[in-house]
Design a binder for this molecule. Structure first.
Ligand SMILES: C[S@@+](CC[C@H](N)C(=O)[O-])C[C@H]1O[C@@H](n2cnc3c(N)ncnc32)[C@H](O)[C@@H]1O
Length: 327
């Protein structure tokens, strides 16, 4: 599959394999350090050639990093999203959740958050997870980043967010949503596959906070190869084992991985997809620390399903699970 946008490393259109190779040797922390150094040198008036020489890099690499800035600028134009103008950067009267039942009837619209990306999660979820399970400057990974809700929170809370999504449109949207300067951690977004994060080093991530598709309940693309929202439950669970194994590999020992997952109903009977996914993560080596029941509010399909539930006598699903695992 070739990428439809420029590779943020080399600055040119490249295949997925080339892209993975370009990233291979750069630990996320090293990469950010190099990017900062290049930007500083360019600002001080150095030429691309001199910057490359000084930092023992190729000119192509330096151009790639500078091209990355252009890419972000291009996305802003395409999406017609200007830099965040909001004055509201934090939720009002926020307090950390203290029990195993969470509900956010007002889903939260501070900073660049909005409910526009179908199936996105309330920013209160990553906010709670990030505050409870990470420290400032920690690297927070969301490998199903969607519109970037987790990264916006990571950035606001002074963490270094790393986002991955298989859909270039989601990546563009996430890039535009993290385009603000306030207090500020960092946010880095890549096109990639959660089943193979080979550009992320072993044991390099401080926290995983992620929200995969719920099998094929909501489809996130028409036909992107590897989009897990096209897999029915048995295949979905097999693929999620790869995601869980990658999560285990990249996470530091003693650190946490939070995964939101919901159930579904087939022929009137409940399918406990949440627990199936929980089992998959345990099988991959992670230890289950908490199960949080997340109440669902504002489901757009409530009207139709309400009628069906009366007609066929079943209960409407009104919760999801947030599983917290530890390595
Ligand atoms: C539930 S949405 C995430 C929404 C996100 N929490 C937000 O607030 O915007 C799931 C995302 O997983 C992405 N996805 C599906 N298969 C993927 C894969 N194999 N690797 C990475 N991302 C994938 C979809 O494109 C979609 O954006």
């Amino acid at each position: 599959m070739s990428l439809k946008v420029k590779c943020p490393i080399c600055g040119y259109k490249c295949t997925k394999t080339e892209y993975a190779k370009h990233l291979e040797s750069y630990h996320v922390e090293d990469y950010q350090r190099i990017v900062d150094e290049i930007n500083k040198d360019i600002k001080n008036g150095m030429s691309i050639k001199d910057v490359a020489q000084k930092n023992s890099l190729t000119e192509r690499f330096v151009k790639g990093v500078l091209g990355y800035r252009t890419l972000v600028k291009e996305e802003m134009t395409n999406y017609n999203v200007s830099k965040a103008k909001t004055e509201i950067w934090e939720p009002e009267d926020f307090s950390l959740e203290t029990t195993t039942v969470w509900g956010f009837p007002d889903r939260g619209d501070w900073a660049t958050h909005s409910g526009k990306y179908r199936g996105n999660w309330s920013p209160y979820i990553p906010r709670n997870v990030i505050l409870r399970y990470s420290n400032e400057n920690d690297v927070v990974l969301d490998q199903f980043v969607g519109s970037g809700t987790t990264l916006v929170e990571a950035k606001l809370l002074g963490r270094r967010g790393l986002g991955v999504d298989i859909n270039p449109d989601a990546v563009k949207l996430a890039l535009s949503n993290v385009n603000f300067e306030h207090k500020c951690g960092l946010a880095d977004v890549h096109i990639g596959d959660a089943r193979n994060l080979d550009f992320v080093k072993d044991s390099s991530i401080d926290l995983i906070c992620t929200h995969p598709p719920y099998s094929n309940i909501i489809k996130y693309s028409d036909n992107i190869e590897g989009d897990l929202s096209h897999y029915d439950i048995p295949e979905f669970l097999k693929e999620m084992y790869k995601v869980a194994s990658e999560s285990y590999r990249v996470l530091k020992r003693g650190r946490f991985c939070a995964v939101l997952m919901g159930d579904t109903r087939r022929k009137g009977n409940i399918i406990p997809l949440g627990f199936r996914v929980m089992e998959v993560f345990c099988k991959a080596g992670l230890t289950l620390k908490e199960i949080v029941i997340k109440e669902q509010h504002n489901c757009t399909s409530t009207g139709y399903w309400k009628k069906q539930s009366i007609k066929y006598n079943f209960l409407l699903i009104a919760h999801e699970y947030l599983f917290i695992f530890k390595k």
